[in-house]
Design a binder for this molecule. Structure first.
Ligand code: TRH
Length: 407
């Protein structure tokens, strides 16, 4: 329905004579998601995963407006970065500019991370006989205040519109976590397939790997602790295979390899350590890498959540904030994650995470052996943690319910 000024909305569906109010839940089908890429891949990653799930699992007609198509194309193969308007994986992807050409107002607008909506779009929402439900998807946080802020309305000062704050989170009082239908079953099946990991390593050009080797995936921000950790692994006695997506930790690898940073498909061997550069793969393929590794270094938001669904030991490199607010956020998560883990083991996990997030090479290398020793317990804990989170409502499902309750 293209947007027109002053058209009266019928109170009854003339065909079947049922009050429209009763019909509305079924017509909340058209959703627009807005995403502006700050940096890295998380903004696009979260919005792309949500858009696909709303379309595939909830049968909604979803348009993702995004300003950086090139960024999204790394996560969504098949996306043509030169095309302004296209359909990919069941989602309509439109290039977001400040003056979008023609558009039809949807039933629900999801603004990713307070990215802001084009002025003309906002004005048409305000002028619409029935304004779309407007939801601001916030960044994920484990901080306790999130529960009380989740769902709060924010009436707009200059427009007759209300925007709702929607906070993802780790409790029933928040908006939940992005989780597709039954991810744990699919993961269990994949992890039970003895040959899957060897096939993955072969595909990445990693030669024969001893069965006891520790296979780690490394998705981190620039981190001064990395060269020291790699040294520790190279001088150790246990075989380690470190998979590094292309473009990640390049400066540290450059320093460590003396300028011979491996390209995708190439592996460098230093004693018991193999550093293998792997391609940046599409989102679902990245999930499978996490499933088949013994340890996952992750960062930001989306990979952080995916590592928890993978149920394997992981290390979170939180997005550093200038005011160091990230430290408290990291500790708030650790405080939740620790439940069920015995204190000595938790202490070892916390020490390694803190050292890694401080970029403190010596502390990271020193904390590694103790951290490594927790993996049997941490593996069991991780799977229990994933089951506990999976018992909570998922973000996409909650978002649909949330929007319906605000009709
Ligand atoms: O890329 P990130 O560091 O993004 C961050 C976070 O969003 C953070 O909240 C935000 O403040 C900051 O950007 C600006 O990390 P994140 O959130 O894990 O997003 C990475 C995405 O990339 C995720 O969707 C997984 C995806 N990915 C792939 O699809 N293929 C890959 O090969 C890899 C390594 C990642």
């Amino acid at each position: 329905m293209a947007f027109q000024v002053g058209r009266q909305q019928p109170k009854y569906d003339v065909q079947i004579g049922v009050p429209l109010a009763r019909l509305r839940p079924t017509i909340m089908k058209r959703w627009d998601l807005f995403c502006k890429v700050i940096d890295n891949y998380g903004d696009a990653g979260v919005c792309w995963r949500l858009a696909r799930q709303l379309a595939s699992e909830h049968g909604l007609t979803v348009t993702l407006w995004i300003d950086e198509l090139a960024n999204l194309s790394r996560l969504a193969p098949g996306l043509a970065i030169a095309r302004e308007d296209q359909q990919v994986a069941g989602v309509r992807v439109r290039h977001l500019t400040e003056a979008p050409s023609s558009f039809a107002l949807p039933d629900v607008v999801v603004e990713g991370f307070g990215c802001g909506l084009p002025q003309r779009y906002l004005e048409s929402m305000a002028a619409a006989p029935r304004a779309p439900i407007w939801i601001n998807l916030e960044y994920l946080s484990a901080e306790p205040w999130v529960d009380s802020a989740h769902g709060l309305p924010s009436p707009q000062p200059r427009l007759p519109l209300t925007r709702y704050f929607y906070f993802p989170g780790f409790t029933a009082g928040t908006g939940g976590l992005l989780r597709e239908r039954d991810p744990l079953a699919e993961r269990e099946r994949a992890q039970a397939d003895g040959g899957a990991r060897a096939a993955m390593l072969r595909a990445f050009g990693v030669g024969q790997t001893p069965p006891e080797a520790l296979v780690a995936s490394l998705f981190c921000y620039p981190n001064l602790a990395l060269p020291t950790l790699l040294d520790g692994w190279a001088e150790g006695d246990a075989p380690v295979v470190c998979l590094v997506p292309e473009g990640v930790a390049t400066a540290a690898l450059d320093a460590w390899t003396g300028g011979a940073v491996p390209h995708a498909g190439q592996a460098l061997v230093h004693g018991p350590l193999t550093v293998a550069a792997i391609p940046f793969v599409e989102q679902d393929a990245y999930d499978r890498i996490l499933w088949h590794c013994d340890l996952n270094f992750v960062r930001g938001e989306d990979s952080f959540v995916r590592a928890q669904w993978a149920g394997r030991p992981f290390v979170w490199h939180i997005y550093p904030q200038s005011d160091d607010a990230h430290r408290a956020k990291l500790d708030e998560f650790l405080e939740r994650f620790r439940s069920g883990l015995d204190s000595p083991d938790f202490g070892r996990v916390e020490a390694f995470w803190h050292a890694w997030n401080e970029g403190d090479g010596a502390a990271t290398a020193a904390a590694w052996p103790d951290f490594r020793a927790t993996f049997p317990a941490l593996g069991v804990h991780g799977r229990g943690w994933a089951r506990r989170l999976a018992a909570l409502p998922d973000l996409a499902g909650e978002l649909v319910r949330f929007s319906r309750d605000r009709l």
